[in-house]
Design a protein around this ligand. Structure first.
Ligand code: FE2
Ligand code: FE2
Length: 231
């Protein structure tokens, strides 16, 4: 990685953390942000469960067990955001249109998985190395982003403790995914695959921010991360 790439990476990561923390701390955009986080967390569950089943079928119980635990964690994270919405007097029903029908891929994921069709990203087909490396990067950064978002919450907000717990879980997900990658392809190739997705992520954030600036939506609710590859 050269110096420019390093700086660009820091800048884009900071931009995405800023956007998520800001949309969560602003009372106007907070419900949409929480609903978006709920969707991202719960939306990952069926994908992870299907991957776990596939790992079992392929004779890898080690991976199957971790993917199942991962799915359970994401379900719990979704519930934490649903509760936070409820405390604000909002229900997930209010956000139903968000979930109904086929969702367009976010600009972020469009760029992150550029070159892959939706079909190729399904749990039944997805290349394991791609899934592990790409998800590792998202989970590792999500862990840091949730800490920043927790800090941006008003003091004593009951969501704060939940967010710190989520951050710790995401760190655990990043850890086992790297371990899974190393088991599969060895340390050097694993690190190369991860580095490759770090580059993709920087480009995806740049693209997302430019799309948001163009459409004048930088003030609106943002979804800068999700653990679901199918989003
Ligand atoms: Fe999560
Ligand atoms: Fe996670």
């Amino acid at each position: 990685m050269d110096f420019n790439q390093a700086l660009l990476r820091i800048a884009t990561q900071a931009a995405s953390a800023y956007i998520s923390a800001r949309s969560l701390s602003n009372p106007q955009t907070r419900p949409d942000t929480l609903a978006g986080l709920h969707l991202a967390e719960s939306g990952a569950v069926p994908f992870l469960e299907a991957l776990s089943q596939r790992a079992t079928q392929e004779g890898d119980p080690w991976l199957a067990e971790r993917l199942m635990r991962h799915a359970q964690d994401e379900r719990r994270h979704g519930a934490i955001f649903a509760q936070a919405l409820k405390r604000m007097g909002r229900d997930l029903i209010d956000f139903q249109p968000l979930r109904g029908g086929a969702q367009p891929r976010s600009p972020f994921f469009e760029k992150y998985f550029e070159g892959y069709s939706r079909e190729q990203l399904q749990a039944t087909h997805i290349d394991w190395v791609l899934m592990m490396a790409a998800t590792h990067v998202l989970e590792a950064d999500a862990s840091k982003d949730f800490v920043r978002m927790a800090r941006a919450l008003p003091q004593g907000d009951p969501l704060q403790a939940g967010m710190y717990a989520i951050a710790a879980d995401e760190g655990g997900h990043a850890h086992y995914l790297k371990e899974a990658l190393v088991r599969r392809i060895g340390l050097r190739a694993a690190e190369e695959a991860i580095e490759n997705y770090r580059v993709h992520k920087t480009q995806a954030i740049l693209y997302m921010v430019s799309q948001m600036l163009q459409s004048g939506r930088l003030e609106g609710p943002k979804l800068t991360r999700t653990t679901t590859l199918a989003a």
